[in-house]
Every structure is written in C-alpha cells, then in structure tokens.
Write a protein that binds this ligand. Sequence first.
Ligand SMILES: Cc1ncc(COP(=O)(O)O)c(C=O)c1O
Length: 387
Amino acid sequence: MKLAEAMSRLGTETAFEVLAKARALEAQGREIIHLEIGEPDFDTPSNIIEVAGTALREGKTHYSPSAGIPELRQAIAEYTSETRGVDVTPEQVVVTPGGKPVMFFSILALVEEGDEVLYPNPGFPIYESMINFVGAKPVPLVLEEERGFRFDVSQLRKKVTSRTKLLIINSPQNPTGGMLTREDLEEIAAVAKEHDLMVLSDEIYERIVYDGEFVSFLSLPDVQERTILLNGFSKTYAMTGWRLGYGVMPEELAVHITRLMTNSNSCTSTFTQHAGVEALRGPQDEARKMVEEFKRRRDVIVPGLNAIEGIRCAMPSGAFYVFPNIEGTGMNERDFADYLMEEAGVAVLAGTSFGEYGRGFIRMSYANSIENIQKALTNIDAAVNKL
Ligand SMILES: Cc1ncc(COP(=O)(O)O)c(C=O)c1O
C-alpha cells in the first residue's frame, strides 16, 4: 500500500504505547503502578451521569447541529464570558469530541505548507505532529526548568518571522505542570499583535491549579479577534472517555471549524452534550474536591522524588504532572523510563515523548492514589540505588 506522504510526518502520543507495554507486563502477572496516563483517576460526578442517562432515555440520540446543541453553546459562551470577563456569543463556540480536535481543526484551517508555527517544547505532542502533518515548520519555544517551565518571551520575539502564522500556548501545561504568568501573557499578546499572529491557547487544565493565579489569554484586552481558546470537560470533570470539548474563537473562524466538524464527525455525541450543560451549570463541589486531592498527591510526590539521589523535581503550579530531571542518575530519559518499568514496576513517560527539549526528564502523572504514589517512590528509590 502506498500511503499519502503526509502520513510519514504524522506523530503520535507515546502514552498509549507505554500503557500497552504496561498492560502486557500485567498480563504476565507483574504489578505495575500507572503514572503514565494523563487522565483523572476519579469517576465523572454523578449529577453529570444522571443527566446523560435521562438524555438517552428521552431520545437525545440523534444528530445534533455540527457546532453543538444551542443549550451547550449558550452555556459555554456564558461560562467563558464570566470566567474571562469578555463577551462571548454562542456563535463563537464550536463543540467538538474532546479538546483535541480543536487543535487539529485550527491547524488545518489556518496553517499552510511553508508557514511557521511556534509551540511549547516540551509540550503536548500533538501540536508538533499536526504542524508537521500540514507541511508547516514547527518552531519550538523551549520551556526552561529554572523558570518554572515557562518560556522566555524574548525567545519568542527572536523566533517570530514573516512566515509565522500561529502561536500555540498551553497553561497550565502538560507535561511540566508549569503556568504562564500574567506578565508573560501580556508580553505574548503584544508580540501577537505586533506580528499579526493567531494564538491557540490550550487552557484544558484551567481549573487544576494549586498555586498562583490562572490567567486566561482570552481575558487580556483586544485579543479576541486573534484567539482560539481550547477547552473541554475531560480533565475538570474526569470525562476523558466521553469525548467532549470545545473551541471559542472569532465567529468568522467558527464557521470554518464547523465545516471541518461536518466533514469529519458530523457532530459531537448528542446526549454527551446535554451532560456537558449539567457539568457547567450544576454543582462544582466534586470538581473542586478532585483538585484538593491532586494537591495532596503533588505534595507527596515532589518531596518524595527530591529525596531520591540523582532526581530533581520542580514544584508544578497546575495540571497533574511532575517533570523531574533525572540526569543525575547517569541514564538517559528513555532508558530510565524503561528501567523503571522493568525494575520498579512503575510506568512513566520519557521527557522526549513531548519533544526534544524534554531530554533528561521524565513525566509522571500523579492521577493515582497516595498509597500507590508512595509505593512507586519506594520502588523508584530502590531501583535507583541499584544503579
Ligand atoms: C495540553 C492538552 N491539551 C489537550 C488535551 C486533549 O484533551 P481531550 O481528551 O479533551 O481531547 C490534552 C489531553 O491530554 C492535553 O494534555
């Protein structure tokens, strides 16, 4: 079979491969602690499940409009207006099956062969994958450990060229847990305006924040016409398997992203969208409790990792990942990740799964119980001591 040439440029997410490897070891009777997966280990709040069940029984099982049911677009517009302090209309909202398609569609709709796209590295691997897929040039904004994994905006200024079309930012960030400050975002906005760039702001971890202030790029003055906000329900409401997310963007672009939806998915699952209205408008206490529990776990895993010789771990401000530097162990990140799986029974991801600037780091997700995290720390310490 001769595949289209673009397929050779399409990347993937290693997390799914590592998960498969861990499952294979488990099938042989090995016990593996899963710290590789980027999803909350909690159940979806029951009020959301109830509404989905009712929607199914009431026959909300047909196609919906491609951009989403009016009630959900309205609820998202209201939520975004309230939390960002801007006026968002339902026409600016496109509901998608998960947040990921917003990335896919925005890049397809805006970026042409030969264009340049700035994106965080280490960062969510699909950004680079999609930029390559459309034949554009990925230009990394290197995240720096000593800056709490924020990129230096002067780096951004140096890397913008006349070919730069789109700038991708992600805060709180996967895989580092770092968060951009208001000053960072203001400077980024100034660069975007100066060079007339579109900005894709991936804010999917907006509600999973422990220290510091979360600032949405969309809340800055005069950026609405160039901003695509990527958001969704997967992380905040533990709804990864439901596939429900959305983009908020200029109405002019929403029309085209909607056309991409019509051409690909037709629409997002209808009863799921009804559950999304409940998620936004119903009680938020379970979502809040989840964040409190993540914080407790963060406060166990970070000091635990720092107590292991050869490992240095920065305190993340948000999301549910730590991104420890493991250079002191004398191993590279891929070998170390393999070693931890084999020797410690702990599944983690190599930092380079998130781009070349993840060299020397691993990513661990602390979406697991404190008991399992403590067990993993003990096993990792023992494995490192054998080196
Ligand atoms: C930074 C970032 N953006 C987007 C997504 C995609 O979310 P969804 O599962 O809603 O498609 C993820 C999921 O891991 C993520 O980490």
